[in-house]
Design a protein around this ligand. Structure first.
Ligand SMILES: NC(=O)CC[C@H](N)C(=O)O
Length: 338
């Protein structure tokens, strides 16, 4: 009979696999573009890193097997509910989620708002497929597991472990289509490093997260429709009008500069708001606060500003906000809280 030896000193970490390049395979070892994402199963991801057994007792679960450009609100609800169930168990100390990098920051921020636990939740991906020379998936997975197994990571909100760095779900963004250092927090700074098998933290977000939010997805089967309108020279009202006609309950305006509204777009957004659609002014710039009553009179228009959230994260907060309230005042409070 096989004797399974499990060290009692090691933390129990559940790895939830969702696909992405970390589970991708290419035709040759030099294939770093044009590979197929989401082909390797979670047990093989774990087998590829035997060193995991030294830092945690890991178990794997294949939740989805998708490229993350196909991540949907429904996937998020399934994932969040599973994470909450696992973290409520006394025999689970932390969760690692393997994920495609394209929308990793969005899933991370969604979970940051709806996971009800202080236990570590760490998202991880890879920029190179598992078959590539110097694939980054194995070391990233190792770092993510040791981070999720650490006491230091508890209570810090949902974290991302990529490229030997620890970053916060709210503030991290993918900044490069293909390089290994793509994940960055340019304006507010990363939280720390993982080195020599240990996490080193230097800062943390002051914004509320996880068990300290007012959001609860346990009874939700869907989320309100919120769409993003992109700002640019020569922009017209067609996108705003189309989203309103398609039933949007909220629109994120990814405006130029400090969230500026083009003269041709402003009437469309004003009329959307009059029809009850929540309008949030964000910026396509990627860094900085969108000033309330700056480039537009938000008080008069009854608009909300996104603070420093990028448009794709503003969409997530607005969807969750709309599950609680229709009040623009209350929603503005949430944008300054989370
Ligand atoms: N590096 C990646 O993970 C990108 C692969 C794929 N587009 C995804 O996001 O899942």
């Amino acid at each position: 009979e096989a004797v399974v030896s499990v060290s009692p000193r090691l933390a129990n970490v559940s790895i939830l696999a969702t696909g992405g390049t970390i589970a991708g395979t290419g035709a040759t070892s030099t294939t770093t573009v044009g590979y197929t994402a989401a082909t390797v199963g979670v047990q093989n991801l774990i087998k590829a890193v035997p060193e995991l057994a030294k830092v945690a007792n890991v178990t794997g679960e294949q939740v989805f097997q998708i490229a993350s450009e196909n991540m949907s609100n429904e996937h998020w609800l399934v994932l969040a509910k599973r994470v909450n169930v696992l973290l409520a168990q006394a025999n689970v100390d932390g969760v690692v989620i393997t994920h495609g990098t394209d929308t990793l920051e969005e899933t991370a921020y969604f979970l940051n708002l709806v996971v009800k636990s202080r236990k570590p939740v760490v998202l991880v991906g890879a920029m190179r497929p598992s078959t590539a020379l110097s694939a980054d998936g194995p070391i990233n997975l190792y770092n993510a597991v040791l981070l999720a197994a650490s006491v230091e990571a508890a209570g810090k909100g949902v974290l991302v472990a990529m490229n030997d760095q620890i970053q916060a779900a709210r503030d991290i963004t993918k900044t490069n289509t293909s390089t290994l250092d793509s994940f960055r927090t340019p304006e507010l700074g990363m939280l720390g490093y993982i080195q020599g098998g240990k996490p080193f933290f230097y800062r943390q977000s002051s914004r509320r997260h996880t068990q300290d939010t007012e959001f609860d997805v346990s009874a939700l089967a869907s989320l309100p429709q919120v769409d993003i309108v992109y700002g640019h020279a020569n922009v017209g009202p067609a996108a705003v009008d189309a989203f309103v006609a398609a039933g949007a309950r909220g629109i994120i305006h990814a405006g130029v500069g400090n969230g500026s509204l083009a003269a041709k777009v402003k009437p469309a957004l004003t009329s959307a708001r009059q029809k009850g659609v929540l309008v949030v002014r964000a910026s396509r710039v990627g860094q900085g606060i969108v000033a309330r009553n700056g480039e537009a009179n938000d008080d008069e228009l009854d608009f909300v500003v996104a603070d420093t959230l990028n448009p794709q994260k503003a969409r997530i907060l607005l969807m969750l906000a709309l599950t609680k309230t229709d009040s623009s005042k209350d929603i503005q409070r949430m944008f300054y809280t989370y």
